[in-house]
Design a protein around this ligand. Structure first.
Ligand code: GLC
Length: 644
């Protein structure tokens, strides 16, 4: 049975509250007309989702009116340039599905501050980037602050990075360069230095109600039975004692990150207001951090509850009213089977996020590399659902977090009870603990050598670039990194490159790690951007230069060949070689990925669904030998039927 029965998704006649009619009557007539149409479209779903969440709370009707007025006022305040962009994107709602390329970085490590990022725009353009995710740049709590994921003020920029006017200037210049800025929006928790937490500690009952409180160790025990541990080593447990309140507050992540209580309508409306105001400063996409944890329900693991989706859908409606050119991206690092609802599929149907991370594909690619066998990628891709119109996957090789292995448990469990040991093997392999391993990573949050959680390390270190001594080892490591990047680019609607990976940059140095705040192992892959590698990017005698040129080759090929567009369905094709992944896009493109150190020759006649037709290498432009296609160790080859 559907969780939402009679779930309204269609627009109807909007009956607007008097306050809203008054506001619109005094507004610019053109904007008012547009807003009336958007309200007519969005209100049925918005009212439905909010009433499911909050209709039992006192003064619900007045609160709802305030939310609508707040949202419409933000829309009326929207700068003309952004208002115009919204109209363009409303007319072309799949604007973000036309070959975007993402780049993710910390502001300080990449460019010092927001003004410095402006100087790097030419670098991003050279690479073909159209979407820049700057990791948290809002005002954080005093360090340690989980790399900025403990936000003290959602309405201020981190003073070390700049101010709101720097943000506006950056978003303007990025936009002029065809790049959309994505900001993290940490919905699940705030810093213990956020004013709500400060006032809660000072005794304000209202602010205490914005958080979750547990009164006894017994109650904690009851909850913990079902909860996961995100940082079992550095932040065990999910609750933190707050002496001023004489109770434990819910802290899924670090003790200084207090989970918000979304059962309080004001928590939702204030967070929504901050998000929309950031959109008015020019942020065009939001990475909705830790979305899975937004709603707690006793007796469950408190993840992916239906209310999470009602909250996100309500947020989408508000965004569609005030800033419809804005993308919402779910950061839900879950097994693939748990992700469809974040795209609005399944029992909690309704427009929700435009993008979500495909973390299983990312982790599976690393397992496949360690195993030199693509079975696990097959399993993941065969469980990957087709997405609704307007939605796409964010694919990636590395990001600022560890590679989480446990998202792959469902795929492995389906193959047998002892298959999880493959994750331990991958974890040990990338920590360099297995004979013959080239990797220089480190296990994350696993105290005992047999526990599996995550792996840290820059891609360059994990593929063996930093351990390579001979030209052959350099070449193999370069090919491994390109193999993973090219798979991400081939599959992804929105592929993301993590800062430094375009140059094969290695781990943070030991000297640098020693001065970093906090004992978080993820700092290993959060180095400062390596200017010397950057200077080598056009030098084909260097590894950085070879990598950079090849990566740009794949990026450009994707831009040039319509056959490679994600508008065409992706199909997993059989291959006789367990180390080779063969993907078909539409009827005119093939991706061949050899995850092994051995040379493989493939007869594509047997695999390609459209029958044998001449194809060309999309990068080298050479005609392919379809009967004996040669794949060098770790090669990634894209073929298209379009003659270059
Ligand atoms: C997300 C971030 C991660 C952070 C966590 C808590 O998963 O990617 O870096 O630690 O949220 O905010």
């Amino acid at each position: 049975m559907s969780v939402i029965e009679d779930c309204p998704t269609l627009a109807g006649e909007a009956h607007l509250p008097v306050v809203l009619n008054d506001l619109l009557a005094h507004a610019d007539a053109d904007r008012a007309d547009v807003l009336r149409a958007r309200l007519a479209q969005e209100l049925p779903v918005l009212r439905d989702r909010l009433s499911r969440l909050y209709s039992n709370t006192p003064d619900y009707a007045q609160w709802l009116n305030r939310v609508l007025v707040q949202t419409v006022q933000i829309a009326l305040d929207r700068p003309a340039e952004l208002w115009a962009l919204d109209l363009q994107r409303e007319a072309n709602p799949n604007w973000h599905l036309q070959g975007m390329l993402g780049y993710c970085t910390y502001t300080d490590k990449f460019a010092g501050n927001l003004a410095g990022v402006r100087e790097r725009i030419p670098h991003l353009q050279e690479l073909g980037v159209t979407y820049l995710h700057l990791l948290p740049f809002l005002k954080p709590g005093t360090p340690p602050n989980d790399g900025g994921f403990a936000v003290a003020s959602y309405d201020e920029v981190d003073p070390h990075l700049g101010n709101l006017s720097d943000l506006q200037q950056l978003t303007r210049e990025l936009r002029a360069a065809g790049i959309s800025l994505c900001s993290d929006f940490v919905l699940n928790h705030v810093s213990h230095e956020h004013t709500w937490a400060v006032q809660a500690r000072a005794g304000s009952a209202q602010h205490q109600s914005f958080f979750h409180w547990v009164k006894s160790p017994e109650q904690i025990g009851q909850f913990e039975k079902n909860l996961v541990q995100i940082f079992p080593n550095t932040a065990p447990g999910n609750f933190t004692f707050v002496p001023e309140v004489n109770a434990w507050t819910w802290t899924t992540f670090y003790p200084y990150q207090w989970d918000l209580n979304y059962a309080q309508p004001v928590v939702f409306s204030e967070m929504a207001k901050s998000l929309l105001q950031l959109a008015n400063h020019g942020v065009e996409a939001f990475r909705l951090d830790s979305t899975g944890f937004l709603w707690k329900r006793a007796g469950t693991n408190c993840m992916n509850q239906p209310e999470v989706h009602w909250l996100l859908q309500a947020l989408r409606c508000l965004t569609n009213i005030a800033a419809p050119g804005t993308l919402l991206k779910a950061e839900a690092i879950m097994p693939t089977q748990d992700l469809p609802p974040y795209f609005g599929l399944g029992p909690t149907q309704g427009p929700e996020c435009h993008v979500a991370y495909h973390s299983s594909l990312m982790s599976a690619s690393w397992v496949a590399l360690a195993e030199e066998n693509t079975q696990i990628i097959h399993d993941v891709l065969s469980h990957t659902p087709a997405l609704p119109d307007g939605c796409t996957w964010m694919t990636y090789v590395r990001c600022h977090d560890d590679i989480g292995w446990n998202v792959l448990r469902p795929e492995l469990d389906a193959r047998g009870s002892d298959e999880r040991s493959r994750l331990l093997h991958a974890s040990q392999f990338f920590a360099g603990q297995i004979e013959g391993s080239y990797a220089k990573g480190a296990a994350f949050q696993a105290s005992d050598a047999n526990a599996v959680h995550g792996t840290n390390g820059m891609a360059g270190a994990l593929v063996g670039l930093t351990s390579a001594h001979t030209p052959e080892e350099h070449s193999a490591a370069t090919s491994r990194l390109l193999l993973l990047q090219s798979l991400s680019l081939f599959v992804g609607g929105l592929p993301l490159i993590y800062m430094g990976d375009e140059l094969g940059q290695g781990n943070t140095t030991a000297a640098e790690l020693a001065v970093r705040q906090g004992p978080d192992g993820r700092e290993l892959h959060r180095p400062v951007f390596d200017e010397s590698l950057f200077a080598q990017r056009h030098d084909s005698n260097t590894t950085a230069g070879i990598l950079y040129a090849m990566l740009r080759g794949y990026v450009n090929a994707k831009k040039q060949h319509a056959a490679l567009s994600t508008a065409h369905a992706l199909r997993l094709m059989p291959t006789p070689h367990p180390s080779v992944l063969l993907l078909q896009r539409g009827e005119e493109a093939l991706g061949l990925f050899n995850f092994s150190r051995t040379h493989v020759t493939l007869d594509l006649n047997a695999s390609f669904s459209s029958g044998l037709q001449p194809m060309w290498n999309a990068l080298t432009r050479e005609k392919a030998d379809m009967l004996a296609c040669s794949l060098m160790p770790y090669a990634a080859i894209w073929l298209t039927a379009q003659r270059p």
